[in-house]
Design a protein around this ligand. Structure first.
Ligand code: ISL
Ligand code: CA
Length: 535
């Protein structure tokens, strides 16, 4: 039951994982060739970022055919082989379900341009004002207007993300039927579930203008509305026929809203990716960074641990900069990398690791705008220009927050192409590949990779670390400590989030220590992490 509560799930960003044919683009045969790596890590499922046919305006999050594989990534046969070969290793496949929008290249959208077509109402179409104004004053997620004029239909269509990602209209019941068919198509192929992209914004209750806000004006018309809950319950019926799991990416949700989306009695989603802990180091929007204060982070983690019966736990994904420079310390790269691993794998919930996290990959060392690929970074650069933000500041903002920080190719081995490709990689390989790569860490029992493997094994063997309760013991300016308990079995985790030493009052037998300690007297070195067995 609930296999996903015992599993570690691993996210693959297919474009950057492993290229198999030298075109510089990661692909499905490449993933298959690396399944042993994931098995060694003790991964129970892979969440595959989109591999469907797509013109790649947003690297696959703009789908033009839900039933075809993007030829850059391989064929449907390759995909079926991946499901089979992963299955042989006890690894399930979770697909990325992007159903808030499709690419404007999708057949539905192309047909929708004709008002007399059966697809006419698949999207949100609206007239602008007589004065040439847009249909409403909403603003989109990528910092631009969210209406685009289509000369063929002579109307605007809504796009909350990039211009070529048109929002689907769920007021038309046929759209939901289409989605159910897509689910069945993949479930019949043997996928175990879906990660559901921006799933709490599906339902727009009206297209009325609203009070102007610093960002996302109009969002009260679509964030976590009852219409979305209703859609999710309908989808759940299809999913239940196959015993499938879902994890929803849910933007701007409180713990209460998250519970309403994934509480077991709700029959909607199984878990959500919430963002609050990712927002601890920013003011309102990610472009405005503030100093990371561990205490705020701990309090946030504890709140979510307490308020949800179960949830997804993550520190990285393809939209976020890497976690070590953000929540840890590059100076204490190895220590803080292991500490963050300990945190993620001992909190209550299903851990989602992102490719490269297991070897402590860092942010992209790019130096020029043209080294970037991400549509969001490019749009935001334009917006900042429009607001006359000086070049230096623009660069600082983009550099720190660009999603490409997490999208550089996986560093398998030393070398200019990192073992990722024999050709020219679609996005630069980080120059630190010489010192941060899997081959080297495999040789080293003290590496971040070895630590992840050991932690994952410990979690697998230890019921208390998987299903046990969570109790916070301490959340100070630098030390976070908590206990996980199942029956008689209890473990204390103590983490020092600082370049400075600390002392802690917790005691027990050392199970794991990132300083190789055998005994723990409460004196903690920088970025020290210990797991203690409570006597
Ligand atoms: O990345 C973000 C901020 O930088 C988020 O606002 C992000 O756009 C939001 O979490 C939605 O993300 C998902 O949908 C997007 C896609 O670009 C992201 O990669 C995906 O994870 C549109 O499909
Ligand atoms: Ca390739």
């Amino acid at each position: 039951m609930d296999w996903w509560k015992d599993a570690v799930i691993y996210q693959i960003y297919p474009r950057s994982f492993q290229d198999s044919n030298g075109d510089g683009i990661g692909d499905i045969p490449g993933i298959i060739s690396r399944l042993d790596h994931l098995q060694e890590l003790g991964v129970g499922a892979i969440w595959l970022s989109p591999v469907y046919r797509s013109p790649n305006a947003d690297n696959g999050y703009d789908i033009s055919d839900y039933r075809e594989i993007n030829p850059e990534y391989g064929t449907m046969e390759d995909m079926e082989r991946l499901i089979r070969e992963a299955g042989d290793r006890g690894i399930r496949i979770i697909m990325d379900l992007v159903i808030n929008h499709t690419s404007t290249d999708h057949y539905w959208f192309r047909q929708s341009r004709d008002k007399n077509s059966p697809y006419a109402d698949y999207y949100y179409w609206a007239h602008g004002g007589a004065d040439g104004s847009l249909p409403n004053n909403w603003t989109g997620f990528f910092g631009e207007d969210c209406w685009e004029f289509d000369p063929e239909r002579c109307e605007y269509y809504l796009h909350l993300f990039a211009k070529s990602q048109a929002d689907l209209n769920y007021h038309n019941p046929e759209v939901l039927e289409e989605v159910k068919d897509i689910l069945r198509f993949w479930l019949r192929k043997g996928v175990a579930g879906f990660r559901c992209d921006v799933i709490n914004i599906l339902w727009k209750d009206s297209l009325a203008s609203s009070r102007k806000r610093l960002a996302l004006t109009g969002s009260e018309h679509y964030l976590s509305l009852e219409g979305t809950h209703k859609i999710l319950r309908e989808l759940r019926e299809v999913l239940d026929e196959y015993g499938a799991m879902t994890v929803g990416e849910t933007v701007f949700v409180s713990p209460q809203q998250a519970r309403d989306l994934c509480g077991p009695e709700r029959k909607e989603l199984n878990m959500v990716f919430s963002f609050e802990h990712m927002e601890c180091d920013q003011y309102f929007l990610k472009w405005f960074k503030r100093k990371f204060r561990p205490r705020v982070f701990f309090e946030c983690l504890t709140r979510w641990q307490k308020e949800l019966h179960w949830n997804a736990v993550y520190l990285e994904n393809h939209d976020q900069p890497r976690s070590i420079p953000r929540f840890g310390s590059e100076k204490y790269w190895k220590e803080s990398g292991k500490l963050l691993a300990t945190l993620e794998l001992t909190l209550r919930g299903t851990p989602f690791l992102y490719q490269g996290q297991e070897i402590g990959m860092l942010n992209f060392d790019f130096t020029r705008m043209r080294q970037l690929n991400d549509v969001e970074s490019k749009n935001v650069e334009k917006v900042l220009r429009r607001f006359h933000i000086p070049q230096k500041l623009r660069w600082k903002i983009i550099k720190r927050t660009s999603r490409d920080n997490a999208r550089t190719p996986f560093q398998w081995e030393n070398g200019p192409r990192g073992g990722f490709t024999d050709g020219r990689p679609w996005l630069g390989v980080n120059h630190n590949c010489e010192t941060i790569n899997l081959a080297q860490q495999e040789e080293d029992p003290d590496s971040i990779w070895s630590w992840y493997k050991a932690l994952s094994a410990l979690r697998r063997e230890t019921g208390a670390l998987r299903r046990g309760s969570f109790e916070q013991l301490e959340a100070g300016n630098q030390v976070y400590a908590y206990q996980r308990t199942l029956g008689e079995d209890a473990y204390t985790v103590v983490l020092n989030f600082s370049n400075r030493p600390a002392s802690a009052a917790h005691r027990g037998d050392v199970v794991m220590s990132n300083y190789g300690r055998e005994q723990f007297d409460g004196q903690m070195r920088p970025w020290e992490a210990v797991i203690l067995k409570v006597k």
